[in-house]
Design a protein. Structure first.
Length: 276
């Protein structure tokens, strides 16, 4: 059976905590793409990149964030967005990736933004798939404030049930695997840090201030986001995905890959600004 990408476990130590990062990667001659998945998702969201000819010859790295998927973390109480960014930077160094195209979804979009803000010279382009850049983006994570519970298992179970019945594309599909993809003990730390950064982290200015070409991808159900026209005026390319809510990789993956491929090609040709 042909192996189109490699799987590996990478030992790291972040903030005095031992990690074994589960990753998929592929070597290539073209500049690499690094993927940071969203809350409740895993590295496999992006494994289908090997099925799309637009990415032939391109190096790829995707991995399970601490508290998620097959990654092991000795102390789940340490997990936060800041912890995830530190993990991403250490993993880039371990794979000797210097400059790269960056793709982040939701939680991973927020982490990717902070990574790009910390080391902007390394990012060739940034595709932000509904990553947090404003307080209104905390429609999932703010449940830690709106529906609090001291027991992490109870909180997560109730979160899953609310998500299952949310009136958006792929909500039930997403909810069905949440318990298998996220450790309950990591959920509230992730959510609290997301809310705090979205409310107080000056994310919009950080996002607009990035020097690399930027694309913001969103589902048509979220075309109401108040800042879309604002970021477009500031040079961000918009990509609306049809028949989709928050999860283009589940609802309309073919369109998602098409948009990402086109944007990266434009970025490398120097034409990734807003279309006329």
């Amino acid at each position: 059976m042909k192996t189109e990408f490699q799987t590996t476990s990478v030992p790291l130590r972040i903030a005095d905590t031992h990690l074994a990062i589960a990753a998929v990667h592929r070597d290539g001659q073209r500049a690499p793409i690094v993927f940071l998945h969203g809350f409740g998702s895993t590295k496999e969201d992006y494994a289908d990149i090997v099925r799309h000819a637009a990415f032939d010859g391109r190096a790829v790295l995707a991995y399970d964030a601490p508290g998620c998927g097959e990654t092991c973390c000795d102390d789940l109480s340490k997990v936060s967005i800041t912890f995830q960014v530190e993990t991403a930077l250490a993993l880039l160094d371990r794979f000797e990736i210097e400059r790269f195209h960056l793709v982040g979804h939701s939680m991973g979009g927020l982490g990717a933004l902070l990574l790009a803000h910390a080391q902007p010279q390394r990012v060739l382009s940034f595709t932000d798939i509904e990553g947090n850049i404003a307080p209104e983006d905390c429609f999932l994570s703010r449940q830690v404030v709106e529906h609090p519970h001291d027991d992490p298992e109870v909180f997560f179970s109730r979160f899953i049930e609310r998500t299952r019945h949310a009136p958006a594309y792929a909500s039930a599909l997403y909810a069905a695997s949440l318990r298998h993809k996220v450790r309950a003990q990591a959920v509230q730390g992730i959510f609290r840090s997301m809310v705090d950064m979205s409310d107080h982290g000056d994310l919009m200015n950080k996002f607009l201030g990035l020097p690399s070409p930027k694309m913001f991808m969103y589902g048509e159900q979220n075309a109401h986001l108040s800042y879309l026209a604002h970021i477009e005026r500031h040079g961000v390319r918009l990509a609306e995905i049809e028949q989709c809510g928050h999860f283009p990789m589940y609802s309309n993956p073919a369109r998602m890959w098409e948009k990402i491929g086109d944007f990266i090609a434009l970025a490398e040709d120097g034409h990734a600004g807003n279309p006329a």
